[in-house]
Design a protein around this ligand. Structure first.
Ligand SMILES: [Zn+2]
Length: 234
């Protein structure tokens, strides 16, 4: 009888210890979960527009070795970047999700650009990223370069270029770039901070081989997403 009581007591004590151990982390997790949920819901209200440049009858530049179309690589990179931003909690809006033009009917470059602007205006984004591929007469020119047009976009452009220098350009090329300011329609058709990223030089066989590889595009999109998140949360 005594042994039975003693065993029962031990069982109660053990149960209590297990209960405290189980409840304490659960409470901490709920508390942390609340913070994470709040941060996530804030991000869910933060819209990032991703603009895959060109499309339809406007292929952009083409690869020096394979003839791959810039428009297709822009779209593939844009979709991966959109998935990463969505996974991070942002609302990603794409200007196009097919290989065609963004505007209806026969191809018209002006209508295509206006359709992109309308998507950006409707989305009311916190940031706009237009994805393109570069070309240069010298096939040895390589790297990831950022362009922008307005004072509002300068800090975003600087942060993005620095991050892409640190993670992509310096490790592979031994050098980085400054973001380049110029007169670009897509980078100044909205008040939101807007940048153009020229992801690779399709005039370089090395850059072409890299950017046509899905694993490389995922890596690049991951670094772009990191810099967007850093810019929007600081
Ligand atoms: Zn382009």
């Amino acid at each position: 009888m005594f042994k039975v009581v003693k065993l029962t007591t031990i069982v109660y004590v053990l149960c209590a210890v297990v209960l405290v151990a189980a409840v304490t982390p659960a409470f901490v997790m709920v508390s942390r979960g609340g913070d994470v949920a709040e941060a996530f819901s804030q991000k869910a209200r933060t819209v990032v527009v991703i603009d895959a440049g060109h499309g339809g009858e406007d292929p952009g530049v083409t690869g020096i070795r394979t003839g791959v179309k810039e428009s297709d690589l822009n779209l593939k990179t844009a979709i991966v970047l959109g998935d990463l931003l969505s996974s991070a909690g942002y609302k990603a809006v794409q200007t196009r999700l097919t290989e065609g033009s963004t505007a209806e009917g026969a191809f018209d470059k002006d209508a295509d650009m206006r359709a992109r602007k309308e998507t950006i205006e409707r989305a009311d984004p916190a940031a706009v990223i237009s994805l393109h591929m570069n070309k240069y007469e010298d096939a040895s020119r390589r790297g990831v370069q950022v362009f922008y047009s307005t004072d509002t976009s300068e800090a975003f452009a600087l942060k993005m270029q620095k991050h892409l220098n640190d993670t992509m350009n310096v490790p592979t090329l031994g050098r980085g770039f400054e973001p380049i300011r110029g007169d670009y329609y897509i980078a100044q058709c909205t008040d939101a901070p807007s940048i153009i990223i020229e992801c690779a030089f399709l005039s370089s066989p090395i850059d072409e081989a890299l950017i046509t590889d899905a694993a490389y595009r995922l890596r690049l999109a991951g670094e772009i997403e990191t810099a967007v998140n850093s810019y929007l949360t600081e």
